[in-house]
Write a protein that binds this ligand. Structure first.
Ligand code: SF4
Length: 363
């Protein structure tokens, strides 16, 4: 590949077509960092809205370091992988503690922060500090698998190694951040899953196009096994208030709130599982009154089907839960639910109920 011509063609296109993103105008390291971590979770148009809200609530690194974990999780709600939000806060604390509150500009020091991998470190170092560091994400891997016509599976170490070496050799010393962002932008807008080769600014350099192998690049990874799980969740209402509990450290989604419930065991109906889970988790005897909906969602390798019921307590009035599987819990007003961070499945259940006429009187 003619590196000089490639860089010229790529940056010329980027200068004409780059999207107007809030952190690009003033690539301040804190804002770049937050945008990069968010962009690992969702599409760029959604990142802008989340980023705006985040920067209004926590405008500086010191604000993030001092924020309660619950407030940080709430700002992250809907993006999934909550460990990323926790790591943002831990990293902010580490910068305040170890770097006097000033974001480090050394790639190795950035890489040492909690939750920062090689891609994010390269992106921050190049965009915010003008360091000639590669930032190779899934977009860039896909682009170079095609540009170099590499017959390596998409998530293989061999592909990553080859692409990182190529980017390191190409990255220009005067515009490293723009170069990395141009590659990401090319992967998002042109060389996407369905590539638009007719309008590609670097088509003259593309070996897959020359060899008619674009449709085969990158080579798919061997498919990961998916595990289905059936769950039952109960919304227990008493006196117009609803029972929620907070998940423990070490659980999946630690620190988030939920309605009690759990996995449906072999031979159980969802209703039976719910009654059992309520006894085990909060020592309450409940009766499912009516099905609300079925929520389907995925996390890591699990595909969850969650059967959701409205419940009433068959025990003493008012019910007095004992929280055996949670750090705390309480009855709250429906209007207060937006003040708590829930995993996406439970948040979708709340949104479903909000839009269901049967429950209009509750909200
Ligand atoms: S020519 Fe097509 S496959 Fe090659 S880099 Fe451009 S968009 Fe991607």
């Amino acid at each position: 590949m003619d590196g000089k011509r490639f860089t010229h063609d790529l940056l010329g296109w980027y200068d004409r077509h780059s999207r107007d993103l809030p952190w690009r105008e003033n690539p301040e390291p804190y804002a770049v960092w937050i945008s990069e971590i968010m962009a690992q979770q969702t599409q760029m148009d959604r990142v802008v809205a989340y980023h705006d809200r985040w920067m209004r609530a926590l405008p500086t690194l010191a604000d993030l370091a001092a924020a309660p974990e619950e407030a940080v999780l709430k700002l992250w709600e809907g993006l999934g992988y909550y460990s990323r939000a926790r790591n943002l806060r831990k990293a902010a604390e580490a910068i305040v503690r170890d770097h006097g509150g000033v974001f480090p500009d050394d790639p190795a020091a950035i890489r040492a922060l909690p939750g920062v991998g090689p891609y994010t470190a390269g992106a921050i170092a190049s965009i915010a500090f003008n360091r000639a560091e590669p930032a190779v994400d899934a977009n860039v891997l896909r682009v170079f698998a095609r540009l170099l016509d590499l017959a390596e599976p998409v998530r293989s170490p061999a592909l990553r190694k080859a692409v990182e070496a190529e980017v390191r050799g190409l990255i220009p010393g005067d515009r490293p951040g723009d170069f990395n962002q141009a590659l990401m932008e090319l992967g998002a807008l042109v060389c996407s899953r369905g590539p638009d080769c007719g309008n590609c600014p670097v088509r003259a350099h593309c070996l897959a196009l020359a060899h008619s192998t674009v449709a085969d690049r990158p080579m798919p990874a061997p498919s990961a096994e998916v595990t289905p799980i059936n769950m039952a969740t109960g919304v227990l209402v008493h006196g117009g208030r609803v029972l929620i509990q907070k998940r423990r450290p070490g659980d999946v989604w630690p620190g988030l709130w939920e309605f009690p419930g759990g996995v449906i065991e072999r031979g159980e109906t969802p209703e039976q599982a719910l009654a059992r889970e309520y006894v085990e988790e909060v020592e309450l005897s409940v009766r499912p009154v009516e099905p609300i909906t079925v929520v389907r969602y995925s996390y890591t390798r699990y595909r969850v089907t969650m059967y959701c019921f409205l419940c009433e307590s068959g025990g003493p009035t008012p019910p007095a839960p004992v929280f055996r599987e949670a750090t705390e819990g309480r009855f709250v007003a429906w209007t207060e639910l937006d003040g708590f961070a829930f995993p996406s499945g439970h948040r979708r259940l709340i949104e479903w109920m909000r839009g269901d006429a049967r429950y209009a009187h509750l909200f």
